[in-house]
Design a protein around this ligand. Structure first.
Ligand code: F6R
Length: 243
């Protein structure tokens, strides 16, 4: 794993945006695996700026997102489809028909999971997967557990994740308790992985991800087994390394 430690969130966002931009320049029809949450917002702002300045072209790019809450439509302002439109897709020259997010309103959840995996396979897999890390070490919504699932699946969010995501909703009671998420197998198949984490709340998970034992109780530790991972973190998230 290649580790880059930046001064702060702003610098992290610029470094991460440059990494992604270089992949897009190298392969203008790349398939980008994208994430939502607080971590990538600054990076998406940088990518929008680069796109407006003509430095990066998304016209041939395809994207697949990691996850979506069950029960929220794409119009709901807390759905991950809405997040992606609002924070990136509405502001860049991407063809929205080539942006994919699991359907949290699917009548048949199992069918939707198989459809999503087949879609990723049809696209030839992801050239890069962007990941945030939960402060409990989850990646996508693969929560710490005795078992992990390879493909896209329905999952229950842990109390910790519900609490942490409540900051985006009016109240904790409104946070959905289940989600569709890409599985660890699909994530590990990505050709490259970029992980971003900012703030002291992530320090323990970052330490376990980089230096801890590989365990399903710390899903991020699985990334130690991938051959091409760049971890970009700020000083606060790096606080417990070497301690
Ligand atoms: C988002 C996702 C989650 C987040 C993680 C960190 O699509 O899959 O795993 O990356 O919960 O969230 P933030 O960035 O809000 O701290």
């Amino acid at each position: 794993m290649r580790l880059i430690i930046t001064k702060n969130y702003e610098e992290l966002s610029k470094v991460a945006a440059n990494e992604l931009a270089s992949i897009v320049k190298e392969k203008p029809n790349a398939v980008l695996g994208l994430a939502t949450g607080g971590s990538p917002i600054g990076m998406y702002k940088e990518l929008i700026k680069m796109n407006k300045e003509g430095k990066i072209d998304f016209s041939d790019i395809t994207t697949v997102n990691l996850d979506e809450y069950v029960g929220l439509s794409g119009d709901h302002d807390q759905s991950y489809r809405y997040f992606m439109n609002a924070n990136l897709f509405n502001h860049i020259n991407i063809n929205k028909n080539k942006t994919f997010v699991p359907n949290g309103l699917a009548e048949n959840i199992e069918e939707e999971c198989r459809r999503y995996d087949a879609k990723i396979q049809d696209l030839g897999g992801t050239d890069v997967q962007l990941l945030g890390v939960g402060n409990n070490g989850h990646i996508a919504f693969n929560e710490p557990d005795a078992n992990l699932v390879a493909g896209t699946h329905l999952t229950s969010l842990t109390e910790n994740t519900i609490e942490s995501n409540a900051r985006f909703f009016d109240s904790k009671a409104e946070v959905p308790t289940t989600a569709l998420t890409m599985g660890l197998g699909e994530i590990m198949k990505s050709k490259r992985i970029i992980v971003i984490a900012s703030g002291e709340g992530k320090a323990e998970a970052v330490k376990a991800m980089l230096n801890g034992k590989i365990s399903t109780d710390m899903p991020a530790s699985m990334l130690q087994m991938h051959r091409d991972v760049i971890v970009i973190i700020d000083e606060a998230a790096a606080e417990l390394l070497n301690k």
